[in-house]
Write a protein that binds this ligand. Structure first.
Ligand code: SF4
Length: 357
């Protein structure tokens, strides 16, 4: 038998982020069917090698000796909201923490909102995660494990959005690999139509997706179509301003034929006025897009106001009168600081447990 490829000193790759061929290589299984068995167990939610009942005991012991544990991360706290949302804090192998959320809507969709980075370098002014700074990217194993932990607790997940902590376009390789795992017909088998990447507007990432796929759903946090305001709220606008963003989205739509979702976080004291609504209408017009309006979810210490229902209604009317599809997003997860823009209150509490792992 060939020597295993797992590096000396402990694994840097965990099996929950690998496809069967990669598992076979990482473990040096002489027969592929053994790698498929391990993969099947992971997909079915096994949390430890001992649960892999159809593997010979010697193989289970070899896996445990090689990897120590099946998953690289663990759940360090969980909070359930009255509205059915569930927020998990995940402790990573180096002691850092991220959060992920399961949001249930009245139509029965169960959407896993997954993090792709520890913290976020984008610094959006209205977002709690953006105030924390950036620690590191997550690996595919760490992303998939968020999915498995949520599924374990809620039984079924219908949709995945890369909208938790971090900017997924800045960790596109790991996000792509995670999507390959989520959508593998021999594994989890989720339709690409049920997977969304939400970006703050990283133009090279949008063009890369347009060129190379995968054909997931794309959401862009536009927030406002007023240049100065967008720069104030979203520093990404200094690098890729509104013209560059629109050109990228036009190219994306030409290449893919797909509609995009534009998200607008409305803050009562900045961008929820009627002038902002009219500017948004003008900007969106050439695109095939739905606009999701997200009334700002309060974050203590930030200088914004949640818009009143009347402000949101008036804003929506301007968009609808112009023929745009505007959808007001629910506030699900607010009760546990798990709604859009609220993640990250536990990042600072994280301390390495075992940084040498
Ligand atoms: S809104 Fe998204 S991109 Fe912006 S700081 Fe927060 S996590 Fe990062």
């Amino acid at each position: 038998m060939a020597e295993p490829k797992v590096p000396a000193g402990g694994p840097r790759v965990y099996l929950s982020g690998l496809l069967p061929d990669e598992i076979q290589e990482a473990v040096s299984f002489p027969q592929r069917f053994r790698a498929v068995q391990v993969y099947d167990w992971i997909v079915r939610g096994a949390g430890e090698f001992a649960a892999m009942a159809n593997l010979p005991a010697a193989e289970r012991e070899r896996l445990a000796a090689l990897f120590g544990r099946l998953r690289s991360s663990s759940v360090s706290s969980e909070l359930a909201d009255e509205d059915g949302s569930l927020k998990l804090q995940i402790r990573l192998r180096d002691g850092a923490a991220v959060e992920c959320v399961l949001l249930e809507d009245i139509e029965g969709r169960k959407t896993a909102c997954l993090s792709s980075q520890v913290g976020c370098p984008m610094g959006c002014a209205f977002c709690r995660t953006g105030q924390l700074g950036f620690l590191r990217n997550l690996g595919p194993d760490e992303i998939l494990e968020q999915y498995y932990f949520l599924k374990e607790r809620r039984g079924f997940i219908s949709n995945v959005v890369f909208m938790g902590m971090g900017e997924p376009m800045l960790n596109l390789q790991a996000v792509r690999k995670s999507i390959a795992l989520l959508s593998d017909p021999a594994g989890i088998g989720m339709s690409l139509r049920k997977i969304t990447i939400s970006t703050s507007g990283i133009v090279p990432g949008i063009l890369d997706l347009a060129e190379h796929g995968p054909r997931i759903r794309l959401a862009v946090s536009l927030t406002t179509a007023e240049e100065g305001m967008r720069t104030e709220l979203m520093p990404v606008n200094k690098t890729w301003g509104l013209d560059a963003l629109k050109a990228a989205l036009v190219e994306y739509q030409e290449k893919t034929g797909e509609r995009v979702t534009l998200e607008a976080v409305l803050t009562g004291n900045r961008n929820a006025g009627l002038d902002s609504a009219r500017a948004l209408v003008k900007w969106v017009r050439p695109l095939k897009a739905q606009v999701n309006l997200i009334p700002w979810n309060a974050v203590p210490g930030l200088p914004f106001e949640t818009p009143t229902p009347a402000q949101v209604r008036a804003f929506t009317e301007v968009l609808e009168k112009a023929g745009l599809t505007a959808v007001q997003r629910m506030h699900r997860g607010r009760g546990v600081m798990g709604a859009c823009g609220q993640l990250g209150d536990t990042l600072r509490a994280a301390a390495p447990e075992n940084p040498e792992d």
